[in-house]
Design a protein around this ligand. Structure first.
Ligand SMILES: *Cc1c(COP(=O)(O)O)cnc(C)c1O
Length: 449
């Protein structure tokens, strides 16, 4: 361990001094309603004043346990000391030049880290952007440009963003797509591997064959630029495909000149106990998108791919005013250094080792917990009606509400909104994680009693 502490100096405890939301948060919520679009939904209207390690401190003085990391973003902790000092130093030097106008070194250093850390030993090039959706869009642009083909294949339950092209790639209509079309054409959706819902015993290879037969019948490899895939699905329900699924899709793509785009925006940067989720089965994608956990909370996204693909694009074809902002790059470099120095790969694996027995014991005791799944510090519970195995979004909402009011921030996901996902900061103290899991366990037991 280095001299820096990952908790930014906040007391690491759950401590409630008002009901949640407290009076000051309720005042701010009223202001929010009068000024922020109702289209921007807030899961828990508790306004935050400070955060660090595994806690969120609200404006009423309540201290909440954070099991969401702002949707898998603050993996190194909120206001992580190394990130704060790197950001401060960079802000004092300069805040923006636009890399496309006059460049700067931190952008290069982030691209060098991406080349080192993303799967595969081949020569790589990267481009940086400001949001995950932008990285995914640019992956499709590169794939279409180099292949000269238009079609893009995505999967059931996929989530790739909210821009026009990425809405087309995203599966779930409500709330992401409803009345926002028309959507970009030439996007085709095929079944993912969903072990909990697939026919019993279906292997990863069989699930891949099911998807590939749809592609061959309805798209044709010769028309297909790329397959865009989350190696573990995020928003769609933390669905871990059966072993062999990802490698079989990758093999099919490689044999046909179809590019494999791994969307590692949620799974990347130590979250699953590897640098990237593709590493688990040694799959090497042609293009990889990154964002979320990359920069300790600052907005940064990356597209990294084989050099001959990324360099095939004409000069000026990729970019954006803010892409690879120097402050965000400084944050990413400090964040990645923190991941190495504090062994956050090991931390993610230890979180799994702590949480898995608790969650599986809960599932054994409580038939409404249909499945425990995930990897590393990306874990989930699928809640069902035990009689029919049908998704139970009502129970899910009730459990999440109970956790929130007890001061534990958990998130939901899933096409049917019946999955509780756990994405703790990788620096969460073990006793705080255990306490958060206790609250969740009690909430589920009470709700199903
Ligand atoms: C969050 C997410 C995106 C979109 O990222 P934004 O920064 O919100 O645009 C894309 N893909 C996956 C897998 C994600 O989890």
């Amino acid at each position: 361990m280095t001299a820096t502490h990952p908790d930014a100096g906040l007391v690491q405890r759950r401590h409630l001094v008002t009901e949640l939301p407290g009076p000051r948060s309720r005042e701010l919520s009223a202001r929010c309603d009068a000024t922020v679009s109702a289209g921007v939904h807030v899961a828990l209207p508790v306004f935050i004043a400070a955060a660090g390690g595994g806690v969120l401190l609200d404006v009423d003085g309540n201290s909440l346990i954070d099991l969401g990391s702002g949707i898998a973003v603050t993996s190194v902790g909120n206001a992580a000391p190394a990130v704060v000092s790197a950001v401060r130093a960079q802000v004092e030097r300069f805040t923006h030049t636009c890399f496309m106008v006059t460049p700067y070194e931190p952008y290069l250093a982030v691209c060098e880290e991406l080349a080192r850390l993303t799967p595969g030993e081949h020569e790589k090039r990267s481009a940086l952007f400001s949001s995950g959706a932008e990285a995914v869009e640019n992956a499709v642009k590169v794939a279409r440009h180099v292949t000269g083909r238009a079609a893009v294949v995505v999967f059931d339950h996929a989530y790739h963003g909210r821009t026009n092209l990425t809405m087309a790639l995203t599966a779930k209509v409500m709330p992401y797509k409803h009345r926002f079309g028309p959507f970009a054409p030439e996007v085709y959706r095929v079944p993912f591997s969903y072990p909990f819902r697939d026919p019993a015993g279906m292997s990863g290879e069989q699930a891949a064959a099911r998807a590939l037969s749809v592609i061959e019948a309805q798209v044709g490899a010769g028309n297909l630029a790329c397959v865009v895939i989350e190696p573990i699905q995020g928003e769609g329900g933390f669905i871990v495909p059966a072993p062999g699924f990802l490698p079989a899709i990758a093999r099919w793509c490689a044999e046909r000149g179809v590019l494999l785009v791994a969307d590692e925006i949620q799974t990347g940067f130590c979250r699953t106990g590897d640098w990237f989720a593709c590493d688990h089965e040694k799959v090497v994608p042609d293009l990889v998108t990154t964002a979320k956990g990359i920069a300790g909370g600052l907005p940064l996204a990356g597209l990294t791919g084989r050099a001959h693909l990324m360099d095939a694009v004409h000069a000026g074809g990729l970019g954006g005013t803010y892409g690879g902002n120097p402050v965000a790059c400084a944050a990413a470099l400090a964040g990645i250094a923190t991941m190495r120095e504090h062994d956050l790969l090991g931390a993610a694996r230890r979180i799994e080792a702590t949480a898995w027995p608790t969650l599986t014991a809960l599932a054994a005791r409580c038939p409404a917990v249909g499945q425990v799944r995930g990897r590393g510090a990306m874990l989930a519970l699928e809640l069902i009606d035990p009689a029919t195995a049908a998704p139970d979004p009502g129970l899910t909402a009730q459990v999440v509400h109970a956790c929130h009011h007890a001061g534990v921030v958990v998130l939901t996901c899933g096409t049917d909104a019946n999955v509780i996902r756990l994405l703790p900061p990788l620096v969460i103290p073990p006793d705080l994680l255990a306490e958060g899991l206790d609250v969740l366990t009690q909430a589920i037991i009470t709700a199903t009693a």
